[in-house]
Write a new protein. Structure first.
Lengths: 438, 389
């Protein structure tokens, strides 16, 4: 059998393998391992099944819309269940050894009542030891001991829901990309990701506060208080990056924030800056179920900007959301904003970007674009998204795929995960708005 | 939209382009029709193709094609394990399978008998917690010998695997005063192969896997391995531990059809509020049945949805609660001296519970809704499939 014949047979069999669960890929791999005789045999079986299937009286009429409706109901149930809080159990249970859990986790996790009489079983000495270690090494390179100095006050739920190994992995993952030249930034990052975002991504639960038990750690706590205790969930997320590439966990959080921002704003059109921005623009449009005619693309070439479908389309819209993935240069967004404002008199325009350097964000705000939201603000200038910008966005059954069909690796985000992250943001957003209104 | 040349159905609508095969088998069972020899041959070819697709589909990539159609096989604790192809993606990892096989050998009445891993155990990678360990032992010889073996198990009183309850017509426990008479009545000396009612043995297994209610359904089979007690079990849900041929075949349209029919009817009954079933376990039971149905139908997109549902902490919570309840009941039948140390372990399991009753009820409501949408979709896929429906 020639290689071409083999290849054609394999393609034919793979085409009729079950989709999903990685089965088409496995089928191809397994078929490649067969010798010619075995492959011909498998092909014969395929022919037999195909003949049988083709002769079958069974037909599936157009059930796509009904399936979509059921899938939509299911998605709604998933979204609701993701927001449920388990609350305290009503069963009596023995006191938990918090200190042991904390040490295993690589983080000291203190129960809520620490400032009052310490709960029975909590070993305060271990807590102090970790803080003292922190003091000793604060001027040297970051070590595992310093990682352990991250003090998080978590709900008891988190301790029980996540095994210590899970928390440890979450922390390590969060900390691996931390810059080491700026200690404050390190702690900012550590708390940001490990304490809030990572855990929220994992299970929609937030860190509720940070406690010090040693005067030597005062400046750390001050830093934490300045940067996070007062922070709203929808504020930009300052990230430390290595080589400019935004980590996947941070990316998921950023995408959820963009989605939340967009839903909050309720635009009647989404206009995406062409290039990589199309991927996040299509994602937001898809999440908001925007029809194609309300999902437009803006081409910016120097001072010349064109809108897909023509500028006249703008007249019917009153609330415009301008979307980009990386706002690397303020001029581009400013020009895009200017073009839109000029041609849509009386319309409101808000801008949202997946990431930008702090300088760009600040400049946009300085130039009067107060309605700009940046999910990630970073110090790096060479920011990279964790997907292939030459690809496209795809809405798959269980996943959002960013950068599909490109040359590089796409980012797959489970819808359930994004739902979990988004649901907490939505609550926070609604709460913030309600507070502002009151 | 592109059409599949084999099926004429929009490809985007079918996770399995060869969906007609399992659906056709289900229709045979639902309509109580006999399969034709052509259908049997087509099923065999379909199984062979699916074995190629599901080879190494388990987490460890150890499941390899078996000589027996439709089965993949692996080894654990020195024993061969035959696994129906569709169970591959969620089959337990080696780390768990070893102890599972060892427990199987412990509960088996005759080590020469094929014994099957059944229930949630076969889908362990899709669930966070399991309520119990389910086995099914096929006894292929004259049944009377089982009476002697059961008595030996009771007398042995193994600390790691105490036999707590025997059901053969009635339930028997420690101090086992009526065990001999009950077994003699159920397993008559003169009875031929296959002539014995199903016997259910309830153990408590206390091993590295943890403390679990452990059940073995003992089915005496006659010369026709698909007759009599065989109706009590489904081949497509059983991973068979045996050193010889599997006692039953997957190349039976009735097997796949009856199992699918059972899964759909059973999940429907769990989902219906008037079922009177324990509220908290309705969603978990239904979702597990629907996962099995979606796997068998090749509906991988539905599989992903159900797995998402099963991954919710409320499902684990319900499972632990049920396990704790069942363990407490089983321990109540044991001599106090043996039960006391195990009771402490049960209490430790209860300590991991975290949902309030209200929160759990709300979660269960949503999981029921998820289950209902999956069932509706499964029924849609089966129900709109022929002019004669």
């Amino acid at each position: 059998m020639t290689p071409r014949e083999r290849s054609e047979i394999i393609d034919e069999i793979v085409a009729l393998a079950p989709k999903g669960l990685g089965l088409p890929e496995k089928t191809r791999k397994n078929l490649n391992a067969l010798d010619d005789r075995e492959l011909v045999e498998a092909h014969g079986k395929l022919k037999r099944v195909k003949v049988h299937a083709a002769a079958s009286t069974l037909k599936r009429s157009d059930i796509g819309s009904k399936r979509a409706e059921l899938a939509s109901r299911r998605e709604a149930a998933f979204a609701r269940i993701a927001r449920l809080e388990p609350n305290a159990a009503e069963v009596d249970r023995p006191a938990k050894d918090h200190t042991k859990t904390a040490v295993q986790a690589g983080a000291l996790i203190l129960p809520s009542g620490l400032l009052d009489p310490p709960p029975e079983g909590l070993n305060l000495k271990s807590a102090l030891d970790i803080w003292n270690t922190y003091d000793r090494v604060r001027s040297s390179a970051i070590t595992d001991s310093m990682r352990a100095a991250v003090v998080l006050w978590l709900e008891d739920f988190s301790l029980k829901t996540f095994g210590s190994r899970e928390i440890e992995l979450a922390l390590v993952r969060a900390l691996e990309g931390a810059p080491t030249n700026d200690f404050d930034q390190y702690f900012q990052l550590a708390i940001d990701r490990a304490g809030r975002d990572t855990l929220r991504i994992l299970r929609n639960h937030l860190v509720h506060g940070i406690i010090t038990i040693d005067a030597g750690a005062g400046d750390v706590v001050r830093l934490l208080a300045q940067t996070h205790l007062a922070e709203e969930a929808l504020e930009p997320h300052f990230i430390g990056t290595v080589g400019g590439r935004i980590r996947e966990t941070a990316a998921i959080d950023g995408l959820a924030k963009m989605r939340t921002f967009a839903i909050d704003y309720e635009p009647d059109v989404i206009i995406t800056v062409s290039g990589g921005g199309k991927i996040v623009g299509d994602f937001i449009a898809n999440e908001m179920k925007m029809p194609v005619e309300q999902n437009l693309t803006l081409q910016c070439r120097g001072k010349q900007t064109t809108l897909s479908g023509g500028w006249r389309l703008l007249k019917k819209f009153r609330r415009i959301l301008l979307v980009d993935d990386i706002a690397g240069a303020p001029d581009l967004l400013c020009e895009a904003h200017r073009s839109l404002a000029y041609r849509s008199e009386g319309s409101e325009i808000q801008m949202v970007a997946f990431a930008s350097t702090l300088g760009v964000r600040d400049q946009l705000i300085e130039e009067g674009h107060s309605s700009v939201f940046v999910a990630h603000a970073a110090a790096e200038h060479n920011l990279e998204v964790p997907w292939d910008r030459s690809g496209v966005y795809l809405d798959k059954h269980s996943n959002h795929v960013f950068g599909a069909s490109g040359q590089g690796t796409p980012l797959r985000v489970a819808k359930a995960q994004l739902r979990r992250v988004s649901s907490s943001l939505m609550e926070s957003s609604v709460l913030r708005r309600a507070t502002a209104e009151s | 939209m592109k059409k599949s040349d084999a099926t004429g159905v929009c490809e985007d609508d079918a996770s399995d382009p060869l969906w007609q095969l399992p659906v056709e088998m289900a229709r045979l069972a639902i309509d109580t029709r006999e399969p034709t020899s052509e259908q049997v041959e087509a099923l065999r070819a379909y199984l062979d193709l699916r074995v190629i697709s599901f080879r190494e589909s388990d987490a460890d990539g150890r499941l390899m094609p078996s000589a027996q159609p439709g089965y993949l096989e692996t080894t654990a604790s020195g024993r061969r394990v035959l696994v129906p192809f569709q169970l591959g993606p969620f089959f337990p990892s080696d780390e768990v399978l070893g102890p599972v096989v060892q427990i199987a050998e412990g509960v088996a009445l005759d080590t020469g008998n094929p014994i099957c891993i059944s229930g949630s155990l076969t889908l362990l990678s899709a669930v966070r917690e399991i309520g119990d360990l389910d086995y099914c032992e096929y006894h292929l010889a004259r049944p009377y010998v089982l009476a002697e073996r059961i008595t030996e198990k009771v007398d042995a009183g193994a600390a790691e695997l105490p036999l707590v309850e025997v059901k053969c017509g009635r339930k028997l426990h420690h101090p086992w005063e009526e065990l001999g008479d009950a077994l003699a009545a159920a397993l008559r000396l003169e009875a031929a192969e296959g002539e014995a009612p199903p016997i259910k043995l309830d153990f408590v297994s206390n091993t590295d896997l943890g403390l679990f209610p452990t059940t073995s359904l003992v089915l005496a089979l006659g010369a026709d391995r698909e007759a009599g007690n065989a109706d009590e079990s489904f081949t497509y849900q059983e991973a068979v531990i045996c050193d010889d041929h599997a006692p039953r075949s997957l190349v039976r349209p009735e097997s796949i059809g009856e199992y699918l029919k059972f899964l759909i009817e059973n999940s429907r009954s769990w989902l219906q509020s008037e079922s009177g079933a324990s509220e908290k376990k309705r969603a978990t039971k239904a979702l597990k049945r629907l996962l099995s149905a979606a796997l068998l139908m090749g509906e991988t997109r539905l599989v992903e949805s159900v797995v998402d549902g099963l991954a919710h902490p409320a499902v684990a919570e319900v499972t632990i609660r049920l396990r704790v309840e069942e363990l407490h009941e089983l321990l109540s039948y044991m001599p106090e001296g043996s039960a006391a140390p195990l009771r402490a372990k049960v209490d430790a399991q209860a300590a991991s519970l975290q949902f309030s009753t209200e929160a759990l009820a709300m979660a269960v409501e949503e999981l029921l809704e998820i289950g209902q949408t999956v069932l509706d979709e499964v029924e849609l896929l089966l129900g709109e499939t022929g002019d004669d429906l």
